[in-house]
Ligand binder design. Structure first.
Ligand SMILES: Cc1ncc(COP(=O)(O)O)c(C=O)c1O
Length: 380
């Protein structure tokens, strides 16, 4: 058997990782400013995370959701404490797409409605309704196509207002990334998020904050929507939640009433995943990683803005994007293969930085120097 060939791969085999460094099978060291799609939140193989998983593995790795799993309650309490959303309830699953599926389903159950407002350039996952609400027709299979999604331009207050005016009583939910990730690091304007809040309130719709990529402290606040001072009804999360251990979840405002069997999963909230997720929150808290993300992110953005060849530097905390000119379109590839730095990209010619929230100021400075050297090589 061979692998189903769906991923365009870099010819690199990573065999070891620690903090913001990874090593390939030849022993070559790389700086990781991508964290495998924004997944590495507290740093690769953080010793506390490793120990908590190892200790849990010695006890029990999995049992289904037909018995009490106190680690889930512990995780809910810790998540409430670190995020500040103490009144919300937690439902655990396994990935970002699954979190969004559950969020959308819950919104539809709650309102009895079918229409979902999503935005241009949004990415919400590759499954059923999550992919239908994703603005990329090439990954939507015919069976996923539905008339229930209304795509609106991002940050367009008039279009949103008009849509609610036309069919507000049919809209179950508005789903929005506080900072679009796959779409190229596009920050939702605070006024726009506040407008979503008030229109959802006025029309009885549900505000879903897809925080799979921009959440979990990455923006310098626990949820990027916190920068706008609004509370969403449901926050979906995954990626940084387990620091590489697969886990996702939604937190649900007290206005929703749970009913047995309304949501469910086999693997979601298993013992091992909860241990990993608890370790992540403990480290975020103990090492003050949200503050670090804010501080190091602000430094990076200031330095990036001072590089004349780059434009459109944007983001919050350690979720940063910038545009590179067509003449520098090999920048990401050169950073990786010539200078051993992993970064992310988005089309066309956008570089995304999504490092661990523990990125040090020293590493940030090293990166800026490497970036300047690389850019200088393109000069005539
Ligand atoms: C904002 C957002 N939502 C949802 C997802 C889907 O997450 P997963 O790949 O874990 O299903 C992603 C993945 O990139 C994402 O960036």
């Amino acid at each position: 058997m061979k692998l189903f060939d769906v991923y365009p791969l870099n010819d690199i085999t990573i065999t070891k990782a620690l903090g913001t460094r990874v090593w390939d099978d030849q022993g070559t060291e790389y700086m990781d400013l991508y964290g495998g799609h924004a997944v590495i939140s507290i740093g690769h193989t953080h010793p506390h995370w490793v120990k908590r998983i190892e200790d849990q593995l010695e006890q029990i790795a999995f049992y289904s959701n037909s018995i009490k799993i106190p680690l889930q309650n512990e995780l809910a309490a810790k998540l409430g404490e670190v995020s500040g959303k103490t009144e919300y309830d937690l439902f655990l699953c396994n990935s970002g797409a699954e979190a969004n599926e559950n969020a959308l389903k819950l919104a539809s159950f709650h309102t009895g409605r079918k229409k979902i407002v999503a935005f241009k350039k949004a990415f919400h996952g590759r499954t059923s309704l999550a992919v239908a609400a994703t603005d990329n027709p090439s990954i939507v299979a015919p069976v996923n196509e539905t008339d229930n999604i209304i795509f609106l331009p991002f940050n367009d207050a008039d279009a949103l207002e008009a849509s609610f005016k036309a069919q507000g009583n049919e809209i179950a939910a508005v789903i929005i990334e506080g900072i679009q990730g796959v779409g190229g690091i596009n920050v939702a304007a605070s006024e726009f998020l506040r407008q979503i809040r008030s229109l959802c309130d006025a029309h009885g719709a549900v505000y879903i904050a897809d925080s799979v990529q921009c959440g979990y402290g990455r923006s310098g606040k626990f949820f990027s929507h916190d920068h706008a001072g609004v509370n969403a009804d449901i926050y979906s999360m995954a990626k940084g939640m387990g620091n590489g251990f697969p886990i996702g979840g939604i937190i649900i405002s007290p206005k929703f009433k749970a009913k047995h069997s309304m949501l469910g999963t086999t693997f979601g909230g298993n013992h091992l995943a909860c241990a990993a997720a608890l370790a992540v929150l403990e480290v975020i808290e103990k090492e003050n990683l949200m503050l670090n993300a804010e501080k190091v992110g602000a430094y990076l953005m200031e330095e990036l803005r001072a590089i004349p060849e780059l434009s459109g530097v944007r983001g919050y905390g350690l979720m940063i994007g910038f545009d590179v000119p067509e003449s520098h379109k090999n920048l990401k590839k050169d950073l990786l293969f010539k200078h051993k730095v992993f970064t992310g990209e988005a089309k066309p010619n956008v570089i995304r930085l999504l490092p661990s929230l523990a990125l040090t100021m020293e590493d940030a400075k090293t990166f800026i120097n490497i970036l300047k050297t690389t850019i200088a090589q393109y000069q005539p």
